[in-house]
Design a protein around this ligand. Structure first.
Ligand code: NI
Ligand code: MN
Length: 235
């Protein structure tokens, strides 16, 4: 079975292998673009790029989607060390804290934690450590989840791993915008790109068709625009 990458709106993704379900940055209950509820989310591994409310799934009632999903599924949560401590204190049992440059072996392959140029204060003001991205290796394929980040020159080194797919934010304001995502693609040189972190709310609205045209004209990557609930098959 090919790898399947599913967009759940905003920065929330699933990556499914034949045997494993990986969930990235579960923000569902309070995500106006989400295609599923937190109750429906499936995961044996959860990768968390950073602890902002729109990535841990902070809700007005004080709950966090990532905590609820991890408790229900028993999923193994992977994130940066300080954020891992915060999740452990909230009762998440199976958490691995790591740091930038590290790789964790997982049942489906591995995840390497990469630099992200962003911030990472936790919703209650706790210091969350550095924000991050991940290069996930599964079924012999490499998928880069940039997380929330600006473009940075060292993306060239991340790209040297040989990326099948790059998942990039294009919403601007809180992350890189469409123009900088083209610069990122020139550094990363992935075979394909999937955009995220846009059109969730008015401040990050983007013309994704115009973006896809720019990707075709100005980079070597194939753009794959998904709607929430749609998936890309990575052969
Ligand atoms: Ni953020
Ligand atoms: Mn975000």
């Amino acid at each position: 079975m090919a790898l399947k990458l599913i967009w759940h709106g905003h920065g929330t993704w699933s990556l499914h292998t034949a045997d494993h379900k990986i969930l990235i940055d579960p923000f569902l209950t309070s995500n106006p673009a989400a295609d599923i509820s937190a109750d429906q989310a499936q995961a044996d591994t959860i990768l968390l790029t950073h602890g902002h409310g729109d990535h841990v799934g902070a809700n007005a009632d004080g709950t966090f989607d990532i905590v609820e999903i991890a408790k229900r599924t028993g999923a193994h949560v992977i994130c940066i060390y300080e954020t891992a401590n915060w999740l452990s204190a909230k009762g998440v049992k199976h958490v691995t804290g790591m740091n930038l440059g590290g790789t964790v072996k997982l049942p489906f392959g591995s995840a390497k934690m990469t630099l992200a140029l962003h911030s990472n204060g936790l919703p209650d003001g706790t210091y969350g450590g550095m924000p991050a991205g991940f290069v996930v290796e599964a079924d012999g394929r490499k998928v880069y989840f940039a997380g929330d980040t600006a473009v940075f020159q060292d993306m060239q080194m991340i790209g040297e791993a040989g990326l099948d797919v790059a998942v990039l934010p294009i919403g601007d304001l809180f992350t890189m915008g469409p123009a900088d995502s083209i610069a990122a693609l020139r550094l990363l040189q992935p075979k394909a790109v999937v955009p995220g972190h846009y059109n969730t709310w008015p401040p990050i609205e983007q013309d994704v068709d115009a973006w896809a045209e720019s990707v075709r004209n100005e980079s070597n990557a194939t753009p794959n625009v998904l709607k929430p609930g749609e998936s890309l098959s990575i052969a």
